[in-house]
Design a protein around this ligand. Structure first.
Ligand code: SF4
Length: 408
């Protein structure tokens, strides 16, 4: 079915309200953390308690401008930063406002990110009672010495305790974020981290390779030779281990870096543990982002919010939308992006949705460029679409360049 979505104007702000005929995913950014991890270049500020009231007020204003009664929301993701540094009442109030302003579907996935060691039992219980049904914990490693190297403010024991507490208060859909390729990490260390994580029994695991971002303390330590990273071959072996070990213990590898528990028919409350929110991004569906530096993509139009906190607050105080950049996505760019994101999925981009959306098939768009990638073992053709092989995933940037350059 062709996805037809439209953006309409409401009130006095151009394109303020968002209306689509399809449910969308809503992201809320909370840019505060207790402390800054050594590898982090996300938009997040350590401390900042004195800014909480102003930020929440601005977020409320943005929400009031963007959400409309007709809007259907299939997923809410409160991320950051560390959203749970905010007073819990502020978070539950935020959810109430969203539910009052738009139609949150009855089976909507509602996720919040939290850090082990700082989130309390009371907070978790209140959030669960307020309708949050998915918890994403930043566990990162199953070894305390790596948590220290990353400047994380928690231990593995605290991950275990927070996980058990979350279960006790009712969470039956928990994700653990993990990072591999850490300074001085070996394949044995990473194997042990995976075994430790799966022994806890989360419904979802996100396993990303460490990116050392310019300007972070970790990059400085690396440049000064105070730490060293595993070799490219070692990191590749860790990546391949994810794809081998996790499916062997009941997880479905559904996206390059993401694994979802396969529900057992009798016991599980959910029929699918893939992250519904992120599937909106990977399937190139519409999403709305609210908060500092949040991005939105609705009906072929994409915009990004201001990333300077004062500018963001001032814009909303003076009745303006806090938009910094905005573009209409051309069909060529849209097709390239949909293929690029779809190839992150193990099943590849959906060929029916692609054709319905763009009026041309994947084969027509990709042409003969797929041939050398198929014969080279980087791509696989199945069920009318293309997927990356494990070999292709290891060099996905090169594969995507080969495939998509003519479109960009
Ligand atoms: S908790 Fe997350 S967002 Fe906050 S500093 Fe650490 S990595 Fe960055």
């Amino acid at each position: 079915m062709r996805q037809t979505v439209q953006v309409e104007n409401f009130g006095t702000n151009t394109r303020a309200g968002v209306r689509t005929i399809k449910p969308l995913a809503l992201y809320i950014h909370i840019p505060f953390c207790q402390r800054k991890c050594l590898y982090c270049d996300f938009i997040s500020f350590p401390g900042g308690r004195e800014r909480f009231p102003a930020y929440l007020q601005a977020l409320g204003l943005e929400l009031g401008q963007r959400l409309k009664a007709e809007l259907e929301i299939a997923s809410i993701y409160i991320g950051g930063g560390t959203p749970t540094v905010l007073p819990t009442e502020a978070l539950t109030e935020l959810l109430k406002k969203i539910k009052a302003a738009a139609q949150v579907l009855p089976n909507a996935e509602i996720t919040i990110e939290a850090n082990p060691g700082s989130v309390t039992k009371e907070q978790l219980a209140l959030l669960f009672q307020a309708g949050v049904n998915r918890l994403s914990l930043g566990a990162q490693s199953g070894k305390d010495r790596f948590l220290k190297k990353l400047g994380r403010g928690h231990t593995t024991r605290q991950v275990e305790t927070t996980f058990a507490t979350a279960r006790k208060v009712g969470f039956s859909n928990i994700n653990l974020d993990l990072i591999f390729g850490l300074p001085e990490e070996t394949i044995v260390d990473w194997t042990e981290t995976l075994k430790w994580a799966t022994a806890l029994g989360p419904e979802h695991l996100s396993c990303y390779g460490l990116q050392v971002e310019e300007g972070t303390p970790l990059a400085k330590m690396l440049n000064e030779g105070r730490i060293s990273l595993p070799s490219e071959d070692e990191v590749s072996a860790m990546f391949l281990l994810n794809a081998e070990l996790l499916p062997s213990v009941g997880y479905r590898h559904y996206e390059i870096s993401n694994f979802a528990k396969i529900p057992s028919k009798s016991n599980d409350r959910f029929s699918d543990y893939r992250c519904r929110h992120n599937l909106f991004y990977w399937q190139y569906a519409d999403y709305l982002g609210l908060g500092l530096a949040a991005y939105s993509s609705v009906a072929g139009r994409r915009w990004g919010n201001l990333s300077d906190l004062n500018l963001y607050l001032n814009a909303l105080r003076s009745g303006k939308l806090p938009v910094a950049v905005e573009e209409m996505i051309s069909p060529a760019k849209g097709m390239a992006e949909m293929i690029m994101l779809g190839l992150r999925l193990i099943d590849g981009p959906d060929p029916t949705v692609f054709k319905a959306r763009w009026g041309v098939s994947l084969d027509e768009v990709l042409g003969s460029r797929v041939e050398p990638l198929l014969t080279g073992g980087f791509l696989l053709k199945k069920q009318g679409t293309y997927c990356l092989t494990p070999r292709g995933m290891l060099v996905s940037n090169q594969v995507l360049t080969e495939l998509l350059n003519p479109l960009l």
